[in-house]
Write a protein that binds this ligand. Structure first.
Ligand SMILES: [Zn+2]
Length: 235
């Protein structure tokens, strides 16, 4: 089975989504509307696993009661995300980011839900927060943080996802080389243009091949391990 563990499914046209039916996709959200959209899409597409969340980039545009409205949707979802902290693009709003993130960590912990985390330039902070709240199942999406933190994530049973951009992003490739296969998931983060690459779930097959090549492992073994990792993450 092909796995896309982090994808903004609501951003695709329905006709395009139909092309990704062989990929099991976690649909992450960025606000109230996309959280609703993910839940609706999962009713029509059995390969979509709906998450609800609030992206740290949207903190400046957060509306009154929006977080409470998203929290109302949690019981219909399979997990929380995309949530987290971002000190690269939204450092000015860090206090509000922390408040929202901690609130979601608390909900994940209380309800034993998986979290799909955005942690750009905030890898250590996010790690500290999720361990403080004792969140059990966590995915650090498109991990490009410090390599020394990988061991701690692995020890805690947390996961990271590798993006198709790994072929052109040396920092991310280094992570792929260093990380244990037992902590790796595949993702597209689509639909998104990254340095000329149109990221979408149809890239997962090539990504698996690339991972197998870098890891010096058999494609079937890599596919099977990632499938197992996915089951552990979702619970
Ligand atoms: Zn994303």
């Amino acid at each position: 089975m092909l796995i896309d563990s982090h994808c903004h499914v609501y951003g695709f046209k329905i006709d395009e989504l139909k092309n990704f039916k062989e990929v099991k996709i976690i649909g992450v959200a960025e606000d109230y509307e996309s959280s609703i959209k993910n839940l609706e899409l999962s009713e029509n597409f059995s390969n979509i696993v709906p998450f609800v969340g609030f992206h740290p980039w949207n903190i400046p545009d957060m509306r009154n009661k929006e977080i409470e409205m998203i929290i109302q949707l949690v019981k219909k979802s399979r997990g929380l995300g995309e949530i987290g902290l971002d000190k690269k693009f939204r450092e000015k709003y860090l206090d509000s980011q922390v408040k929202v993130f901690e609130l979601f960590c608390d909900i994940a912990s209380q309800n034993n839900l998986p979290m799909n985390i955005h942690a750009l330039n905030s890898w250590e902070e996010c790690f500290k927060t999720i361990t403080k709240y004792n969140v059990k199942r966590v995915l650090f999406h498109w991990y490009s943080g410090p390599t020394h933190l990988l061991k701690e994530l692995y020890y805690q049973g947390y996961f990271i996802s590798i993006n198709p951009a790994v072929v052109i992003q040396p920092k991310h490739r280094k992570i792929l080389e260093e990380a244990e296969l037992e902590m790796i998931l595949t993702e597209s983060d689509g639909p998104y243009m990254y340095r000329g690459m149109y990221l979408n779930p149809s890239m997962i097959r090539d990504l698996l091949n690339f991972i197998a090549k870098v890891k010096g492992a058999k494609l079937e073994d890599v596919e099977k391990t990632i499938e197992e990792n996915f089951s552990k993450f979702l619970g």
